[in-house]
Design a protein around this ligand. Structure first.
Ligand code: WTA
Length: 655
């Protein structure tokens, strides 16, 4: 275990605060009393939140924690998640309300009302049934941000099938391992996807993955870019052939509150991604509750936009389930933020009158680099709440965001959570909290979190240590798909005596007791808000024939939070007269092929040796010193203390 990231310590010097305006506070969904209500009786509080949903059968027990760490929430209750996100809004007379303002990258757009959504999801559910998908089957979704991706997720939920969404930027190999682990029966994809203005193929990756993964019976393909695709008769079917001809009526069935809803793979400390499992009632309760209170959503007047991709948990919880359960009107944008120009997001905010905007610090820092004159050219006066997620936001970026996007007036909610937590856990409440740039501040009402030392004792004000969650919460993961042991080991063994969930993040309390997140304390990197494990990249590197050994570290990076830096020992060294540039390029491409372009190392350094302890463990701390151009730290525990000199003097590096 390494120390919380030293470079982030400067966060603690920030002491400006930004209380909400009186006007905002007066109209806010959540007031400070919510904390008192939740503290008075946590379970009663969550039961009250569950009433936000429409249940077919009411639960008879709020929480069953008798088989900890496997929780059951709203025991005995039954509901249909898709019904809650779609049909009930039509039934309450809001069929004509736009659910999704979809904006394609090339400039095409589509307004989808709740009545449209109900028809589309019903047709998709009927088609999935025809293709043999039933309750508890797994469906892999490998798609760009097209409306059909959301229809597909909701169709699965409607049928009680589990979706496993795989980010469209992942490689065929990454897709294959995820399909194999979940034993998916159906893959839903598109022919291609737009990337920075040009169509890029997507289906070939599915063909490659599926040819090696035995479980898949059908591939359902949405035509998006009109690219040529190879076709396997009998296996491949077009969406427009199979879905369009279905009836637009479908009766949803009620499933148990603990019925599985989806699997989402995320990086852990080993090379193998973990299939995080979420279930129905608790997940929907907490995503709905947090979306309502943290973003202050007013369904009749707000236009909400979360810029995440559905390939990540933020897209699941804050594009699909939380917002739609709250009858949101939202923008969904297909493309990259600088296509065709760097003002694309602001143009979209202006076009739809976006009121709530939720994005990642990496993108905010990119906007800063592009310049404040770009948002200034657009009318952003509709914005009233801004959100941040995925990594610590540095105060400078926070202030820039508030000034240049929020017109110096909007509250900003810095929301801490994880794929595993399912929903936001630590965040200001926009109408009740005096915001502090860089701090996620307090656990939400109903949530309990602490910063503890190595022994699991809570640290005092001003103290730092590890973030733990010391009470179960409704949207908590219910395990790792097919690996109960790994679930216990990863999250519950570190503080097993106390029964704390170990989040893997370092954190501190400031003098007021507010929480500041300091980055990962395990071997997981956070690159542009994406979790990538060092071991995963190392395995990809050593699978290349030229590499004998590899060590990977996350080095701090001004834009992406962390950048991937790899140290490799090449078999037979670098060829005479070569600077190694070619070998390095081949390795970067190889990692992109094995995992996806997001995992390409920023820098690869060819070294003669790696620093190891006597027991053979690589000392990443020392490599991080090199990667961040610092004086190399204490080398006394190295098996051979001269190794660091050898590394520093003989570096051949390339970017
Ligand atoms: C980090 C994304 C600081 C953290 C929702 C966590 C954050 C990991 C914040 C989860 C934040 C997320 N401040 N750090 N507001 N939000 N993180 O699973 O290290 O992709 O453990 O979920 O991102 O990443 P994941």
């Amino acid at each position: 275990m390494t120390e919380p990231h030293a470079a982030l310590d400067n966060l603690l010097t920030e002491n400006r605060t930004f209380p909400p305006s009186e006007e905002f506070a007066a109209q806010a969904n959540a007031t400070a009393e919510l904390y008192d209500t939740a503290n008075a009786d946590r379970e009663a509080f969550w039961a009250e939140q569950a009433e936000r949903l429409s249940w077919d059968t009411k639960w008879n027990q709020v929480l069953d924690w008798s088989n900890a760490p496997f929780a059951k929430w709203f025991v005995g209750g039954k509901l249909n998640v898709a019904y809650n996100c779609v049909d009930r809004h039509v039934e309450s007379g809001h069929g004509d309300q736009v659910a999704i303002h979809w904006e394609g990258e090339p400039g095409d757009s589509r307004a989808i009302t709740y009545a449209d959504l109900q028809r589309e999801v019903s047709k998709a559910a009927n088609a999935l049934t025809e293709l043999g998908v039933g309750a508890e089957d797994r469906v892999a979704i490998y798609m760009p941000m097209v409306p059909e991706a959301i229809f597909s997720m909701l169709a699965c939920a409607r049928l009680g099938a589990l979706h496993s969404v795989v980010f469209g930027g992942f490689s065929a190999e990454a897709l294959r391992t995820r399909i194999e682990d979940s034993r998916a029966k159906l893959v839903i994809t598109t022919d291609g996807q737009y990337r920075r203005g040009t169509p890029a193929p997507l289906k070939p990756a599915v063909d490659e993955a599926v040819s090696k993964a035995g479980s898949v019976e059908h591939v359902l393909v949405v035509k998006r870019t009109d690219s040529d695709v190879e076709w396997t008769e009998g296996r491949d079917v077009w969406w427009h052939d199979v879905v369009d001809r279905q009836s637009d009526q479908h009766t949803p069935e009620a499933f148990d509150s603990e019925h599985p809803l989806f699997i989402l793979y995320t990086s852990g400390t080993t090379g193998k991604p973990k299939g995080i499992l979420h279930t129905s009632g608790g997940f929907l309760t907490q995503t709905s509750y947090t979306h309502h209170n943290v973003f202050d959503l007013k369904p009749d007047t707000d236009v909400y936009w979360c810029t995440a991709d559905i390939g990540w948990v933020t897209g699941h919880s804050y594009i699909v389930y939380g917002p739609l359960s709250n009858r949101v009107t939202q923008v969904v944008y297909e493309g990259t933020p600088n296509t065709p120009h760097e003002g694309r997001h602001w143009e979209i905010v202006q076009k739809y009158g976006v009121t709530i905007y939720y994005t990642a610090p990496t993108l905010i820092r990119t906007f800063m680099k592009w310049g404040a004159d770009i948002p200034a050219k657009h009318d952003l006066s509709s914005l009233r709440v801004l959100g941040s997620v995925g990594e610590p936001i540095n105060p400078e970026a926070w202030i820039w965001y508030r000034e240049n996007v929020g017109g110096g007036r909007t509250p900003i909610v810095d929301t801490w959570w994880q794929t595993e937590t399912g929903a936001i856990m630590i965040s200001p409440l926009p109408g009740a909290t005096s915001a502090k740039p860089g701090s996620a501040q307090r656990p939400l009402p109903g949530v309990s979190a602490k910063v503890v030392d190595d022994q699991g004792n809570e640290v005092g004000k001003g103290g730092g240590g590890y973030l733990v969650l010391d009470e179960p919460w409704p949207s908590m993961l219910r395990g790792i798909w097919g690996d109960e042991e790994r679930y216990r080991d990863t999250y519950w063994s570190r503080f097993s005596e106390q029964g704390f969930y170990f989040a893997g993040d370092g954190a501190k309390y400031d003098a007021d007791g507010d929480i500041w997140l300091l980055g990962r304390v395990d071997d997981v990197m956070n690159v542009s808000g994406h979790r990538i494990s060092t071991t995963e990249v190392e395995s990809a590197l050593v699978s290349h024939p030229t590499v004998a050994e590899a060590a990977v570290v996350g080095a701090s990076d001004a834009t992406t939070g962390q950048g991937i830096v790899a140290f490799v020992i090449l078999r037979g060294g670098v060829a005479e007269g070569s600077d190694g540039a070619e070998a390095i390029k081949a390795l970067r491409d190889h990692v992109a092929k094995e995992i996806g372009p997001i995992a390409k190392p920023r820098q690869i350094m060819v070294v003669p040796e790696l620093p190891k302890t006597r027991s053979g463990k690589i000392m990443r701390r020392l490599l991080r010193d090199v990667a961040e151009n610092r004086q190399v730290g204490d080398v006394t525990t190295l098996a051979d203390s001269s190794v660091m000199d050898l590394i520093s003097s003989g570096l051949k590096s390339g970017a």
